[in-house]
Write a protein that binds this ligand. Structure first.
Ligand SMILES: C[S@@+](CC[C@H](N)C(=O)[O-])C[C@H]1O[C@@H](n2cnc3c(N)ncnc32)[C@H](O)[C@@H]1O
Length: 403
């Protein structure tokens, strides 16, 4: 099993002469002392070169660092490397959430050298990843995220910090097991609650159409609940692991899987099956979890079905759960407005929005749930469009029946 090592610590470099007073200073000034450990760091720097080139007095004049290395005496052509010195400076390993407080309280003792950062990302290849492995016998590999999640398939690039270079992981979520190659597919353990929330809406026999299924965290538990699933993912690796996980959890017979673009999936296999599915009494749910783009994919439902495929107003219209990120002050409103723009219709009063999680300080992940409006799903004749607000005779009849 592979685990993620998150960069939740920073190294705060201190002036060398303060090495001996770190502990007492920290005791006086930080609340989270027990999380702070002393570290040492090798620092290569051009301090002497800086002094030669700028003729600036150094800010700290400790330990002869500003003396020229003897080898540069008589140099006629600049060789920067010859000015490099390796020095040990004390460093504090500080949890990121208290970093500002600690930097403030240690203002007088932090390293102050021109051109050198005093706060560094921690170099995780320092043995801490090995400790994680040693303390957790189930973990065979510790990795570090090296990019943000912006690839089409939403997977991360990673570097191995410790253990074997094998990112095939086995995880458990909401009682289901999943196996996948972490470096090649999307997996986010923070979505467990959201997967569970959606699955809790489902009844035995319901149909779930999962447009961006990944390795199956909606599809697999929904199938276990007795639903029939159409699951799709563009990433061939996700598709492969989705099928594998269906078998692993013994629900493969309930899942029909596809490996195509989400829009093609809606306009192909979904369109083909929808009229028959909507005639049944079972509910239909469409899950669209690709928050960066899913709202834009809603346009694929516009005019999907021919008017004569509309058999009765009892039709079981699909319930859509579509995810989106928002950085707006009113994320609820933003998500609805963007869904409406894609569908080209108003969802006023028909759409509930759930806040899934706070992704970063000003970025929320939201889920908009609504019944797909009939006038969006069915292509309308031009004259129908003009009078689309008028209730059709069938609709009137249905409303009468519910009275
Ligand atoms: C954010 S992940 C969600 C996966 C899973 N539903 C979950 O909740 O963990 C989005 C998935 O959409 C897939 N994807 C990206 N672009 C796609 C597209 N155009 N059509 C279909 N799937 C796509 C990615 O490969 C990825 O597995």
């Amino acid at each position: 099993m592979a685990v993620f090592w998150r960069r939740t610590y920073r190294l705060l470099l201190l002036g060398q002469k303060h090495q001996s007073c770190i502990s007492s200073h920290v005791i006086c000034h930080t609340e989270n002392l027990n999380q702070i450990v002393r570290n040492s760091l090798h620092l290569s720097t051009l301090v002497s070169f800086h002094r030669v080139m700028t003729d600036q007095p150094p800010i700290l004049t400790d330990l002869g660092l500003y003396n020229h290395p003897p080898a540069v005496r008589g140099m006629t052509e600049l060789d920067k490397a010859a000015f490099t010195q390796t020095v040990n400076v004390p460093a504090l390993r500080v949890p990121t959430n208290v970093l500002n407080k600690v930097v403030k309280s240690l203002k007088k003792v932090v390293l102050q050298r021109p051109g050198i950062k005093r706060v560094l990302e921690e170099n995780n290849k320092d043995g801490s990843s090995q400790v994680i492995m040693d303390k957790n016998p189930g973990i065979t590999c510790v990795v570090n995220k090296t990019n943000t999640i912006d690839s089409t398939y939403r997977n991360f690039q990673m570097e191995v910090l410790a253990g074997e270079d094998n990112m095939v992981a086995k995880v458990r979520e909401n009682g289901m097991f999943y196996e996948f190659d972490f470096s090649r597919v999307y997996w986010n353990p923070r979505l467990g609650t959201e997967h569970e929330r959606i699955v809790s809406f489902l009844q035995r026999g319901d149909i779930v159409i999962d447009v961006f299924a990944g390795v199956g965290p909606f599809a697999i538990p929904a199938a276990r609940r007795g639903c029939n699933i159409l699951a799709n993912d563009l990433n061939p690796e996700s598709f492969r692991w989705l099928q594998h996980n269906g078998k692993l959890n013994k629900v493969d017979k309930k899942i029909t899987s596809f490996n195509m673009d989400g829009r093609d999936f809606i306009r192909g296999p979904v369109k083909e099956r929808l009229p028959a599915l909507m005639k049944g009494s079972q509910k239909l749910h469409v899950v669209m979890n690709l928050p960066a783009l899913a709202l834009e994919f809603l346009d694929a439902f516009r005019d999907l079905l021919e008017p004569d495929q509309s058999l009765s107003c009892q039709d079981n219209l699909p319930q859509v759960h579509c995810y989106g990120f928002s950085k707006e002050d009113d994320p609820q409103r933003d998500i609805v407005v963007r869904a409406e723009a894609s569908l080209k219709t108003s969802l006023q009063g028909q759409c509930s929005v759930h806040m899934v999680r706070n992704v970063s300080p000003n970025k929320e992940m939201m889920c908009a749930s609504f019944t797909l409006p009939k006038k969006v799903l069915y292509r309308q004749h031009t004259e129908d469009r003009d009078s689309s607000e008028e209730p059709c005779p069938k609709k009137q009849k249905c409303e009468e029946q519910t009275d």
